[in-house]
Design a binder for this molecule. Structure first.
Ligand SMILES: NC(=O)c1ccc[n+]([C@@H]2O[C@H](COP(=O)([O-])OP(=O)(O)OC[C@H]3O[C@@H](n4cnc5c(N)ncnc54)[C@H](OP(=O)(O)O)[C@@H]3O)[C@@H](O)[C@H]2O)c1
Length: 305
């Protein structure tokens, strides 16, 4: 059974139908579904690109160019959001290299982070990151892993008000500090929250994802593949024949479609070193999505493997 994301929002057991979210057809290539950022209504493609580890390749020119190839395939497939952090070693500079080489600095939706325990050094760190990327300003700056969040959030709000960034938010991963994140989501006007969520890590479904819908906060999903452990675990297993009903032709697409069919999710940001994988991941953002009954079936299938 398949359904639109909207009918899924309207409740379990909604009638099955093909996804009706906007997909622009350009030259026959299917474009990824776009989803609105609740605080502005601006739409962004539902699959982005992570850079932790995969883009931390140092100064090696060949490896940097391989990352640029991944970015090129990402844009060619309709992707826009790239996520990085000062925590990710050379990844920021490698993103900047790719954007400059491809001349795409104007096309990226830049999602960065501030990651320092000192509130005062936040703006300087953000400026350093901006130079690495070579963008005029960041679209989104997130407080990484809630580090010094009470110092950074007021600064990010001021920067947004002054037009020096477009959105701000906060991140966590692997289920850490959900109680505190919930408090912050309730008390601060965040544009985005970023957290871990996938077919086996579903803690966020209990409180954070419903709260994001209620508060109008966009959700970025990190670690969709548990840093590759999930795809590696599944790769020797048979993909069920009924995966074709939701347009999934690989385990990676099966997992991404599960994530993207949650009504709170705006963007998932899988990381990859491979051009074929980036194409496969973005393709998961088009075509049908599972409804509630199909989601249960998918989760049970993976659980029983
Ligand atoms: N607190 C935070 O703010 C936080 C924490 C964690 C992560 N993040 C963000 O979230 C991003 C994603 O999380 P992650 O890096 O932990 O890992 P992930 O996206 O869950 O997994 C990445 C791994 O999946 C593999 N993969 C990607 N596409 C695949 C495909 N189609 N088929 C098979 N394997 C595939 C990659 O290998 P190949 O290279 O072989 O494709 C890579 O090893 C990070 O890069 C980062 O930007 C943020």
């Amino acid at each position: 059974m398949i359904t639109t994301r909207r009918s899924f929002v309207c409740g379990a057991g909604a009638a099955a139908s093909v996804a009706a979210f906007p997909q622009i057809s350009l030259g026959g290539a299917r474009q990824p579904e776009t989803r609105p950022i609740p605080s502005s209504g601006e739409r962004i493609p539902a699959v982005g690109l992570g850079t932790w580890i995969t883009f931390n390749v140092g100064d090696d020119p060949l490896l940097r160019d391989e990352c640029a190839d991944v970015i090129a395939a990402f844009f060619a497939s309709g992707g826009r959001m790239i996520d990085s952090s000062p925590m990710y070693g050379s990844s920021q500079a490698v993103v900047g290299h790719g954007l400059a080489k491809l001349g795409r600095a104007d096309d990226v939706f830049s999602a960065e982070k501030v990651w320092t325990s000192s509130g005062r050094s936040g703006p300087a760190q953000i400026e350093q990151s901006r130079r690495f990327w070579g963008v005029p300003r960041f679209d989104l700056v997130q407080v990484h892993n809630l580090v010094a969040w009470n110092k950074h959030l007021p600064t990010l709000a001021e920067m947004k008000a002054a037009g020096r960034l477009r959105y701000f938010g906060i991140t966590t991963s692997e289920g850490r500090r959900h109680d505190l994140l919930e408090e912050i989501m309730l008390s601060h006007p965040l544009d985005f929250v970023q957290l871990s969520y996938n077919i086996v890590d579903r803690e966020a479904e209990k409180r954070l994802l419903p709260l994001a819908v209620e508060r109008g906060i966009a959700v970025i999903v990190n670690r969709p593949f548990r840093q590759g452990a999930l795809t590696r675990h599944l790769e020797d297993q048979q993909l069920p024949g009924w995966a074709s009903e939701i347009g999934a032709s690989s385990w990676a697409q099966f997992i991404l479609k599960f994530i993207l069919s949650h009504p709170a999710v705006t963007v998932a940001i899988p990381a990859t070193t491979r051009v074929d994988h980036v194409r496969e991941n973005i393709a998961a953002a088009s075509g049908p999505f599972p409804d509630a009954a199909m989601r249960d079936r998918m989760a049970a299938y993976v659980r029983d493997l």
